[in-house]
Design a protein around this ligand. Structure first.
Ligand SMILES: C[S@@+](CC[C@H](N)C(=O)[O-])C[C@H]1O[C@@H](n2cnc3c(N)ncnc32)[C@H](O)[C@@H]1O
Length: 331
């Protein structure tokens, strides 16, 4: 049975122009029903729609902003910003040690309300000289992210764009809670799109970097406890039935380590690694953890930047990478 999230079904865009496309409520209800998800079908059937049967886009956006606001509260409780920073800081230290041409730009793909980008900007935890950008294809979420950042007077920006045709070049692409939305070929394409993203101009404006030096994508860890843990957490902390539904589904859809490593290998030129692999993580403590990609010559610098214990949490083709004599090329 496919596990579907209502929020994925109620919005549609032309992937090239990002023009919003109408969505028929009956189609959403039918897809959920066909998947055996009667509860989801009931929630979708109650969404407001126009006389022609298409969902009211304003009402859908309002609902999605409300759900994402609840999601932000969960992110705060899970200390998501600090968890990402715990990996991102050593990653950026490795890039700086490897003399990756500046500026350093961190782009959050599928940023939603931009909680991570705003947290990083407000905390200053990544140090100076780091541009912070959030990208999402949903105009309502990007608009709200931008409003919140301006209200907090934060040095970051938000751009509308598709994860498969990224509008913003980056030194490091990051995401939280996004990977499980992409299945099969779409997951491969998600990673490939980052490696193929357009170059980031250096500070001098003359040379250009050919692609990102790294990525760091956090998602729910595929432990045996994840579905029940997520159910309890969403039941206790989320009020909106749509948010509760999608939160529980997301834990069921989360990818295992082997799937992530295989898909991340599609980002050509970057070594795929999993931090806190399932085999070495405590299922009671590990709620989210990232799949990383890194230029091979930067792997030793990352191991140095992580402390000894943290470095031991990396899994992937490390032995192979470390044995390879990799010429250091400017990127
Ligand atoms: C579960 S939400 C996570 C939001 C945010 N990262 C967080 O942690 O709160 C998934 C986000 O991915 C966005 N998204 C899904 N597919 C996308 C695509 N193809 N391009 C850009 N954003 C996408 C959705 O609009 C949504 O904001």
């Amino acid at each position: 049975m496919p596990f579907l999230e209502i929020s994925d079904l109620v919005v549609d865009h032309d992937p090239r122009t990002l023009v919003r496309l109408p969505v028929r409520r009956a189609d959403v209800v039918a897809r959920l029903r066909d998947a055996g998800d009667l509860r989801g079908a009931r929630i979708a059937a109650a969404l407001p729609c126009a006389p022609d049967g298409t969902l009211d886009p304003v009402a859908v956006d309002r609902r999605l902003v409300a759900v994402h606001t609840e999601l932000q509260r969960l992110s705060e409780e899970l200390r998501l910003g600090a968890r990402v920073a715990e990996v991102l800081r050593p990653l950026l230290a490795a890039l700086r040690a490897g003399e990756v041409a500046g500026p350093l730009r961190v782009v959050d793909v599928g940023c939603g309300l931009g909680y991570l980008v705003r947290w990083l900007a407000a905390s200053g935890v990544l140090g100076p000289g780091v541009d912070l950008v959030g990208v999402d294809f949903n105009a309502a979420l990007i608009g709200e992210a931008d409003r919140l950042a301006r209200a907090e007077n934060l040095d970051c920006r938000f751009v509308r764009g598709d994860a498969f045709a990224l509008p913003e070049p980056a030194t490091v692409y990051v995401s939280t809670g996004v990977l499980h939305h992409f299945r099969g070929p779409a997951l491969d394409a998600f990673f490939a799109a980052q490696a193929q993203s357009s170059p980031l101009a250096t500070a001098a404006g003359t040379a250009a970097t050919p692609g990102p030096a790294a990525f760091c994508h956090f998602d729910i860890a595929a432990t045996r406890l994840a579905p029940i843990g997520t159910w309890i957490f969403h039941r206790a902390r989320m009020r909106d039935p749509l948010g509760r539904h999608d939160g529980v589904m997301s834990a069921r859809r989360t990818h295992d380590d082997a799937t992530l490593l295989k898909a991340a290998a599609r980002a050509e030129g970057l070594v795929p690694l999993v931090y806190e692999p399932r085999t070495r993580s405590n299922p009671f403590c590990t709620t989210v953890r990232p799949v990383l990609g890194l230029r091979p010559d930067l792997v030793p610098a990352l191991q140095t930047a992580l402390d000894r214990t943290a470095s031991g949490r990396l899994t992937g083709d490390l032995a192979d990478v470390l044995a390879r004599p990799t010429p250091r090329t400017a990127r």
